[in-house]
Design a protein around this ligand. Structure first.
Ligand code: BGC
Length: 411
């Protein structure tokens, strides 16, 4: 097997605004982190203060050997009140993009990564038919401001997350407590309900997020038709033991394939994979007792990525960009094993002629892992929570070496 990646392959890491910037207090998540009861074990607070430290983070990435950074811009900052677009915040993200260019880093920009402005809930949130247009207007402003200088746009991060959480969320969090948290969010906002992106009614949200994705594609292309815009989907490798095949296919269709079909013939499909999901005749099976588990309780399964790239490209007919892949672990040596195996899968796809444009590992930094706070560590760089000092782990040096060589080199 050739160990060389094609010329121009993107080697990057990913982050999202709410998880690294800090003080995202105008967002719906911030409110939910602070109401009682909440499912968040701790609030995001200052996060990794990347709002101020973006330049040194980008310089560090370049120094390690990467050529790409996937980050998100925050709707709650850019449009703090409906229809008011903050020039100051758009300028902030322009400076982030300029810093990428200064250090020869290719910017991959996500428009929405789970968080929305607080005011959106008052307009019906992600359950309202008006939201795709609102999202399209926001996407247009971002494209007008940044479009000429960025290389890829991801519209809505994992727009199928709601469907996945609906089907399997009970395995990850207390569904009753989520309901109580949303009621508290509604009360704190003087609303009857609090329809966020993350915890909303999946059936209601599905057509709305797909339409919002389409509006964003149109908006970005109206500014720059050659700027690749794509959907990113949480795609785990759905597998079945004997007797579980039909159920697996049914569940995979609802949770993933509906969205992949809606992304057909896009400029690219963003593949975000963490593990496999195994189905028996009665449903999702827990990982076997002897399997290695990550901090998220997922089965250690780097091989899943090869399968999900193949699946996503087969359905969409689009080139793939791995926009997230990684592991929550405090054993960095296992992270290196995970990354190597995942990249071997990417190489096999390339060898079979599949167009994979790049690999963005999740995540650059140990950051705010939503409901689980700062406990899971996905970063190749750790962050001192008191001083915000960045400390690259061996996996950062390792992956950076692969990036520099544009190859899967031997250790
Ligand atoms: C999300 C990230 C999250 C990561 C690890 C992805 O589903 O896009 O925000 O931190 O998974 O759990």
């Amino acid at each position: 097997m050739s160990e060389q990646f094609p010329e121009g392959f993107l080697w990057g890491t990913s982050t999202s605004a709410h998880q690294v910037e800090g003080s995202n207090f105008n967002s719906d998540h911030w409110l939910l982190e602070h109401v009682e009861p909440t499912v968040f074990v701790e609030p995001s607070g200052d996060a990794c203060d990347q709002y101020h430290r973006y330049e040194s983070d980008i310089a560090m990435l370049a120094d390690l050997g990467f050529n790409t950074y996937r980050f998100s811009v925050e709707w709650a900052r850019i449009e703090p009140e409906p229809g008011f677009f903050s020039r100051t915040e758009l300028d902030h993200y322009r400076r982030v993009v300029e810093a990428c260019h200064k250090y020869s880093i290719s910017p991959v920009v996500t428009l929405h990564h789970f968080t929305s402005p607080r005011w959106l809930a008052g307009c019906g949130g992600w359950e309202s038919d008006a939201t795709p247009d609102l999202f399209g207007q926001y996407a247009l402003k971002v494209a007008e401001s940044l479009g000429s200088d960025i290389d890829y746009v991801c519209t809505i991060n994992e727009l199928n997350i709601v469907a996945l959480l609906k089907a399997f969320g009970g395995a990850f969090f207390d569904v009753d407590k989520v309901r109580d948290m949303l009621s508290a969010g509604a009360k704190a906002s003087g609303l009857d309900s609090y329809p966020t992106f993350f915890y909303g009614d999946a059936d209601r949200i599905e057509p709305i997020v797909i339409e919002a994705h389409n509006k964003a594609v149109q908006a970005v292309h109206s500014v720059r038709s050659d700027l690749p815009v794509g959907m990113t989907v949480a795609i785990q490798d759905f597998q079945a033991v004997e007797g579980g095949e039909d159920l697996m296919l049914e569940q995979r269709y609802k949770a993933q394939d509906v969205y992949l079909e809606a992304a057909k013939d896009g400029d690219f499909i963003g593949v975000q994979t963490y593990t496999r999901m195994l189905f028996g005749p009665d449903g999702l099976l827990p990982p076997s007792l002897d399997s290695e588990l990550t901090q998220m309780g997922y089965e250690f399964c780097p091989e899943a990525l090869e399968a999900t790239i193949r699946h996503a490209v087969k359905i969409t007919g689009s080139p793939a960009l791995v926009t997230e892949n990684g592991i929550g672990t405090d054993d960095d040596a296992r992270r290196i094993v995970f990354l190597r195996k995942a990249l071997e899968g990417v190489l096999r796809c390339l060898e079979d002629g599949i167009d994979v444009r790049g690999y963005c590992q999740w995540s650059l930094l140990d950051n705010f892992e939503w409901m689980l706070g700062y406990r899971p560590t996905f970063g190749i760089v750790s962050v001192d929570r008191n001083t915000q000092e960045r400390i690259p782990k061996p996996s950062a040096t390792w992956l950076g070496q692969m990036a520099k060589g544009n190859a899967l080199l031997s250790d």
